[in-house]
Ligand binder design. Sequence first.
Ligand code: ATP
Ligand code: MG
Length: 343
Amino acid sequence: PPMDPIDGGGSEKFRIFQKDNFEADWLKVGERTFGRVYKVKLKLWREVCAIKGFCTSMPQTSSSRGVIEKVSKMRKLKFKYIVTVYGACTDPPAVVMEYMSSGSLEGLLNSHELMWPKKFQMIHEVAMGMNFLHSMSPPHLHLNLKPANVLLDDHLHVKISDFGFIKWEDFSSSKEFIEHLTARGNLSYIPPETFTESSDPPGTKFDVYSFAIVIWEILTQKKAFPGANMMTVLMKVSSGKRPSVEKIPDDKPKESEAMMNIMQRCWLQKPCDRPPFTDIVRETEALSEVLKIPDVLQDVYRPHKAFATVFTLKEPRIKMNPDSGGEVSQKTFDFLLKKDFRN
Ligand code: ATP
Ligand code: MG
């Protein structure tokens, strides 16, 4: 019997979408060298999704079979801290996934100053997502972990995206692999061993190194190696240089020493010296627990739609007004929601 185009049959329902399964207006949310991301609405589910086009020059994704194969592997991975993949589109070749309303961590780090508890929570949530991917057998390598691939939901919780697009096997040489990564502007997240001449295929410790750079970028809200040319970065990193811990703001809580210690172990020169995510999550869990916003405060703020904002932004801190029973006026929240604290 012919296959239902929406339900591919089999136990693991895999969906193949066509262009006309979506409403006509496609809103572009991101554009890069390697394809575009649109916000679209699925007619059948009445739900918005994100559709990300494959770049057809990428190995394996030039054929619809290649696209389906790649996406079907991603679709099997389901977890709180990773973006849900709904299915594939073969014309145009694309992956259809959950739409993340608050954009990427890269954007948030630029636009808002984050409170320490939120920074710690985000680091822990990224570690949780990565630990899940690595817990597959064989481990599912991301190879493209960076703040642009850490997406945020309505409540500013983290989900990792774009896992499984880049596979070492798709490239004929390590030179080609590096070229592909650097063309995406990912140089800062690539561990030094990748640059050595007879480098082994990347393993889980590749992602652990990228995670260390992500920690640094969350703690400092800066870009690692800004504006430096490729050769300089490559030589610095190969000789053991890393982004400066001095850049981490001085108002840090004492727990950040432990967080910086995790970060520094994660970017050690030798891959085998870096800890696995199974260890990392335990440490980040303990640290984010210590810095958690006290429950009393959470109870006061949770009913407000701006709760996520209050929990996130550092300045100005909201003081509870004892006269109003701990309520913060709607005006204050509206003000906070609109304000961009970087300017
Ligand atoms: P890479 O191709 O290496 O992953 P990138 O992450 O910088 O590069 P895209 O993955 O194309 O670029 O994403 C571009 C932008 O689109 C992201 O920064 C993000 O803001 C937005 N975006 C991507 N996926 C989604 C999604 N599922 N929901 C909402 N916005 C998304
Ligand atoms: Mg991406």
